[in-house]
Design a protein around this ligand. Structure first.
Ligand SMILES: C[S@@+](CC[C@H](N)C(=O)[O-])C[C@H]1O[C@@H](n2cnc3c(N)ncnc32)[C@H](O)[C@@H]1O
Length: 225
């Protein structure tokens, strides 16, 4: 599998989410998503109870208050200061949540915050080019202690009814054309993996992976050896 033009893909995606930060959460106000959202929000806290959690690509922090409610500590990270400005303004569990600008692919600059015994990533997997998935998961797992809990969630294929797939590249990555309020259009890599594809990608340390399919989202959870 060829390594795609990762620099261009990364820049375009990061710029798109930075420019969309102020109104990104409109996606969480769509009426048809509300029952899935309440169910997932409610289930998150128990997954992270008493754990020291690393959140990848937290964005505007929609999931952060829910996940962090029972956690021991929660470090929310993202590449974009713009999205984290929105996240910081949320009502968060007192004294538990910190934010840091961190690149999900390197996870550099976390040594003073480790160890983590849990990780969470919302709507991030779908943006990772297929050729980078294995290396990204290995990097994430290398930051987690044995027995760590990992939870990821993302959009189900139903999302393409709002935003169709515009093309598929040679590696099988799919793309969407996303419009911003100012009229600019960004091409965003957005994959819709099956449970089998996700399980196959997890690598040797993943134990007992579980997949819960909702109408608009999927949730993956597993523990690390
Ligand atoms: C679809 S949003 C997900 C936001 C949030 N987790 C959610 O579920 O609502 C993707 C996020 O990835 C961030 N991002 C893009 N490239 C990144 C990178 N290399 N490292 C960390 N975050 C990145 C963007 O800034 C954006 O906030």
């Amino acid at each position: 599998m060829a390594l795609p033009d990762t620099v261009a893909i990364e820049h375009s995606m990061a710029a798109y989410y930075a420019r969309r930060a102020a109104y990104y959460e409109r996606v969480y106000h769509k009426p048809e998503r509300q029952s899935d959202l309440r169910a997932i929000e409610t289930s998150l806290a128990a997954q992270f109870a008493h754990r020291r959690v690393l959140e990848i690509a937290c964005g505007t922090g929609w999931w952060t208050p829910h996940g962090a409610r029972l956690a021991k500590s929660w470090l929310a990270t993202d590449l974009s200061p713009e999205t984290m400005t929105v996240a910081r303004a949320k009502p968060l569990p007192a004294g538990k949540v910190d934010f840091r600008a961190v690149d999900a692919y390197t996870l550099a600059g976390l040594d003073d915050a480790a160890p983590f015994d849990a990780a969470f990533a919302g709507c991030w997997w779908s943006h990772v080019p297929l050729a980078r998935l294995a290396a990204w998961l290995a990097t994430l797992h290398s930051r987690l202690t044995p027995g760590a809990r990992v939870v990821m969630l993302d959009n189900s294929f139903v999302q393409v009814s709002n935003t169709p797939i515009s093309r598929t590249d040679a590696d099988g990555n799919t793309y969407q054309l996303r419009s911003l309020d100012d009229g600019a259009t960004h091409e965003v890599l957005k994959n819709f993996p099956s449970p089998e594809q996700v399980f196959a990608a997890l690598g040797p340390r993943a134990r007992d992976p579980k997949w819960t399919g909702y109408t608009h989202y999927w949730v993956l959870s597993y523990d690390l050896a």
